[in-house]
Design a protein around this ligand. Structure first.
Ligand code: CXF
Ligand code: ZN
Length: 365
């Protein structure tokens, strides 16, 4: 079938084209997309910070309605509303153990451009095969996904538009707190970075019952952090973050911290903010960056754990419906981060996510 897709044929470029989309194969579904969020990882592939093969269609926060199911799909039927998320193979040890974010094949499936059988689903009008991202490529009017990365949710089509970020950004931030840290009620937490991921982590810290939630922001994000649950804010560019965190916590430091800003030196600042036996988690994508951790004073003697976390340590089939419940209860007001754009404004939407202070640009089809 003919669909409209925002194709990247060369580094940094994106243009809406009419392309051919193949039928869903075994285990796959055809999704009529309602909307798609934009995440910084989309820029990473379009700008080739991640070396994907062009032409390709980015987008990995799609939401939509099942139009058709391929052979062997038992869990979804046409008309189901779905949130598309990261794919996983389903058969490696980590997937079998309900840890699909650690799938042995994750990078290939996210950025390798192909579906599980090694083929692609989109073809340009001049006959070029088009690579997929996260096995969805949601910058298009329709997508082929796997039944495993299309998560059925109990919301109407209009509400679906508000929830794109559950597929990646919010899942990453909220999951880092609720799945990776599982903070003790009454504990203290510091969140470095007040973009969509950091703000979702602040909402999750409030849900988890943290009583001290410290947001460390740059030039933007302070007001949103306070609105979403931060009890204290620190301007990381103007204030001495470590001194302020110590002051707020009575000299102890925080029990938990999350680094979501994408600035490698802040991982070290985070370690200096930790209380004894604290858990410091990074979700920042900083390919190739190294930081000089002082093992004894920062990690060993204070018994601090420094941990990584990808895609919110989430099993999306379980976690995304849980997040939808929090949203419906008004405890995860992620809709407040959204700014909506028409499909033809996709270039502007991506631009504004970097320069315009837009927390979560959402393309509506
Ligand atoms: C990505 C970040 C880069 C590693 C894989 C997962 N998540 C979100 O965009
Ligand atoms: Zn993402």
């Amino acid at each position: 079938m003919k669909v409209q897709a925002a194709v990247t044929r060369e580094k940094g470029k994106i243009a809406i084209e009419t392309v051919d989309l193949a039928e869903p194969k075994a285990g796959e579904v055809l999704v009529k997309l309602v909307a798609s969020g934009i995440c910084h990882t989309d820029t990473a592939v379009i700008e080739q910070y991640l070396p994907v093969v062009f032409p390709m269609v980015a987008g990995h926060e799609g939401v939509g309605v099942i139009e058709k199911v391929g052979p062997g799909v038992l869990s979804l039927v046409p008309g189901d509303r779905v949130i598309l998320t990261f794919p996983s193979c389903g058969v490696c040890d980590h997937c079998q153990d309900s840890h699909p974010y650690s799938c042995d094949d994750n990078f290939t499936m996210l950025f390798g451009g192909k579906y599980r059988d090694g083929t692609k689903r989109m073809t340009t009008s001049d006959g070029k095969e088009v690579g997929t991202m996260f096995m969805q490529s949601s910058f298009a009017t329709y997508a082929i996904a796997s039944q495993d990365n299309a998560i059925k949710v109990d919301v109407d089509v209009n509400e679906l538009k508000a929830l794109c970020s559950l597929g990646c950004g919010v899942q990453t931030g909220a999951g880092a707190v609720l799945n990776r840290m599982k903070p003790r009620p009454g504990s203290s937490i510091a969140i470095f970075g007040c973009g969509a991921v950091g703000l979702a982590a602040i909402m999750a810290a409030k849900i988890a019952g943290c009583s001290t939630i410290i947001a460390i922001h740059g030039s933007k994000g302070r007001e949103e952090a306070l609105e979403f649950g931060a009890t204290h804010t620190i301007n990381g560019r103007k204030e001495d973050t470590v001194a302020r965190v110590k002051e707020i916590t009575g000299g102890k430091g925080v029990n938990y911290a999350l680094e979501s800003s994408g600035q490698p030196p802040l991982a070290l600042t985070m370690l200096d903010c930790m209380a004894k036996e604290g858990l410091a988690v990074t979700v920042s994508v900083t390919a190739g960056a190294t930081v000089p951790v002082m093992l004894e004073p920062q990690i060993m003697n204070p018994s601090v754990t420094f941990a990584g976390c990808v895609e919110g340590h989430s099993n999306p089939k379980v976690f995304i419906p849980e997040l939808v419940k929090f949203y419906k209860e008004g405890r995860l007001p992620i809709d407040k981060m959204n700014k909506f754009y028409k499909f033809e404004e996709i270039g502007k939407a991506i631009e504004e996510s970097h320069t315009g202070g837009v927390l979560k640009p959402v393309i509506v089809f």
